[in-house]
Structure formats: structure tokens, C-alpha cells
Design a protein around this ligand. Sequence first.
Ligand code: ZN
Ligand code: ZN
Length: 371
Amino acid sequence: MRDHIQRTPHPPSKDYVTLSYYQFRPIPQKEDLLKIQYFFLTDLRAMDVVGRIYVSAEGINAQISCPKDRVKDFKAYYATHWPIFDKIRFNPAMSEGKAFKKLHVRIKGQLVADGIDNSTFDIYNEPTYLTPEEWHNELSSQSTPPILIDMRNHYESSIGHFENAIRPDVTTFKENVDAMLDICKGKEDKEIYMYCTGGIRCTRSGALLKSNGFKSIKMLRGGVTAYGRYIQDQRQQQVAEGRDEEEVKSIYKGKNFTFDKRLGEPITEEVLATCHICGTACDTYSNCSNMACNLLMISCPACQQRHQGTCGSGSCVEMVQELSEKQKKIDKNHPGLRGMKARLGIHPFHEHRLRVRPLKVMENRRNKARL
Ligand SMILES: [Zn+2]
Ligand SMILES: [Zn+2]
């Protein structure tokens, strides 16, 4: 996850669309993975595609931004050249714009890391896919709340989630799979609903449940991203038909956390979270501007300004000031702060699990200060 979170949100340029897509499909030979990596890098760069593509022995998982006028070519490229990825469904993000700066194609061990060996279950025993409309209708018409599991991490579900969802307080997908197994224990005959950002986590964990004798597992096809688009389309349709006084009732509240420089897109106006520094209502994530700290936190505009984009710790403010002084003295052609960070030998302050727990970090600091 660490590499996924970019530093500061940039205003997206409007002429790109962002798409996510994935497919589980065995690619056992390392040399095939290297070939795929090579072709994607050369071909997609030529189309000005940016983003992150992961390939592994179990398939592909990607989030990319593609120039609007190339989307047709991009889709045709997959259809023509990559018959092995014949089940890919391109899942568009809600907002337009370039969500990434560069194209990265990486070879990974697991597409989504839960540490469970693929030989222990049938990854192709997939759950039932509900379209956003089917999902909306089924969940809004139930008289008793169903078993509905949010398969995302705590920092994702805290800024937005479906009504009545069980939201495990977890930091990694692996922990969420353990939580899911606990929640589902003894409920093999019950209907279980699950969702995540784009679907891949549910395709995998749903297959795990089905392989373990669970009868009815239903997941949201295209995840929260697709649901957000469904709600957006409904609203646009209402406006077009002059029925805009009627409210489209989204059963998802708040924001959809995204692993790109936007760090989230709003689905409804509700703000479910608070600034980690001062506690006012806010759901905008950023990383502490001290790169060595890099704490993923929610901070309101006032706190951003007061603490120079840092998490508010004295040492972070100091370090950012010091670096910006040094930066001013450096030749314009220097690669920038990242290079300086390496030269100054700064080591990351927090391991991943603490980096996404700002309140815990702040509490630890207060305790330390008291000693
Ligand atoms: Zn604040
Ligand atoms: Zn910090």
C-alpha cells in the first residue's frame, strides 16, 4: 500500500479518464510476466497512458488514466493483443482527470496480499456479481439489515461506507480476510454481501468463502467506484428529465477512498470523519509533508496552513522548514526533495501500520512528551 499514496493532491487535468480493471488468470512463467511488463510499458506509454499496472502469476490488476481521445484505442489494444485478459471489465472512476503522473508496470507476488496460498482454494469459484442497480435495489428493500461486509481498510471505510455495513478496524487486506472469516463463522447458509473499492478484493475473498462451503455470497460488481457512477448517472438523468427536486437516495454515505493522488472522490455530501489534528468535520486525506513521516491523515485547511502541511509534530514542522531552506539553495536541475531525502539519509519514521494510524502516533507522542 505504501507506494500507492501520493503526496499532495494536484488539480486533475480534464482531458483524461481513469479506469480500473483486473482479472485473475494464471500466468505461471516468469518470462511471460517479463514480456507482458515490457509490452505494456512500451505500448501504453506510446498511448500516453499513466498509472499503475500489477501483473503476477495470478493475473492483472490496474488503475490507469488514459487520454480521452485514446480510450477507444486503449480498449481495442487489450481486445486485439491480449486474449489472455478476455474477462477484463473497464471500470471508470467518477471524476475525469489525470490521477497519476507516470506509468508503472510491476511484477508482484500477489495481486491483493492476503497471504493465502492459491492452491488451498478455488479462485475461480467466484461470488455472484450484482450490478450497482441490483445491489442498490436488493439492499434498500431488505426489512432486516443483511450481513454486509466492508472489505476495505479502516482509513478507507472511515470517510465513506454503505449503511449498516460491518467495517472491520483493520490496516491490511490480510487482517480484513481474517475478520471476514470470523464474522462469517457458522453462517454458511446465510446470504452474505461484500464490497470493496473496485471489486478485486471481493472476487478473491468471495471465492475463498465459496470454496469453504458458503452458499450465497454476493458482491458489488465494480465496487464503490461503480456504485458512485451509478448514483451520479441517476442524478444526471433526473436533472435531464426535470425531476431534480427528487433526491436520489444513495445507500453509500460519504467519500470513496482512492489509491491515487486524489485520495478520494465524494459520492454524497455527508462528511463522516474529522480532522485528526483539531477534530472539526473533514474527510480530506493528505500525507504529512515531511516525507520521512509521511503520516496518512485527515487535516482541515486551517490545520494544513497552521502546520505547513505536516501532521503538526514539532519535528516535522522543523524538518520541512529546514528542507525548504536547503531546497532554495539547490540548483534548479536537482531532482528535488526526494533526492535530498536520500542524500540526507532520512529514514522513514513509521512502519506501514502506524503510518495509517495518525491518532495512535499522536497519542504516542503525547505520552512520550509526558515522560
Ligand atoms: Zn484541523
Ligand atoms: Zn509528520
